[in-house]
Write a protein that binds this ligand. Sequence first.
Ligand code: SF4
Length: 333
Amino acid sequence: LPWRAAKGQKIQPYHVLLSEIMLQQTTVATVGPYFQKFVQRWPSISDLACAHLDEILHGWQGLGYYARARNLHLCAKLISEELGGQFPEKEDDLKNLPGIGIYTAAAISAIAFGNPANVVDGNVERVMARIHALKQPLKSIKRQIRDLSAKISPPSRRERPGDFAQAVMDLGATICTPRKPKCKICPWRCQCKAFQNGLQGLIPARQDKKSKPKRYGIVFWVKHRDAGILMKKRPNKGLLGGMVVVPSTEWVGKKWSTKDAQNTAPFKTNWRPLPGVIKHTFTHFHLELSILAANVSKIGDTDDFIWIRPEKMHEIPLPTVMKKVVQHALKLS
Ligand code: SF4
């Protein structure tokens, strides 16, 4: 893994921080190229602190959960500017950094600084549940799993807590996988109660997944021959915070009528519907967007907006859903 220090190499706390934030909610395979791109472009935490947030969001596009990128930038600024470039080493201090929760603080403290810590991610939860043959859904036994993990976590620096944490997480990611765990080659098969009782396929208990709600919106695709496409920067907080988007109605639980949508448009003009819909799935909902388009010859009062030429779209931080909108609309308008 590109963020792991090779034998004899010094562990870079910056690399651990960056990889742990990128890996929140995202797979190792997806994170790999993003991690490499970031460390090439911003080799140190102070380089990242000096970058403009838009550049970081641009580098992050496609990875989703953009609050992570904003928090990463805040972390870098705080460490570089207020802590004199000194990384906090203790879990409690790390938890004070923006976007760093219990797991990430423990992982950074153990892996980057070799401190004893109870590092429990989703992989570790699954391994613990199987070793102890806990049949309840993971959500209901998180406390119990943390306690069990704490009991086997190395209590001192001498026992290499960082290596231990990474080894258990790797065991979960590569051997004790959610489906078809490879028990025959598992170093813990003699201790594992699930394996001994043939329960490894049933633990952790599957929870019925709630079906995701569907939301609908209409985007306003406005084209000016010279200025380009009308876009808008989202406020820094909330979904897609800080990213650039095509102006849109709110995203709501029922389809918009064209008349209602037009009442929320950036201005009054002759809107025409473009054929087709854009579908995108976020963590908590499915989204379906339709498009109302207009060509304008005057720029008028669009102070809250920005104009982007189509050939410059790749230079702005566009979330994946808006890339889909832009690609679709450019073909049709
Ligand atoms: S023996 Fe099988 S179920 Fe138990 S920890 Fe190892 S891989 Fe997981």
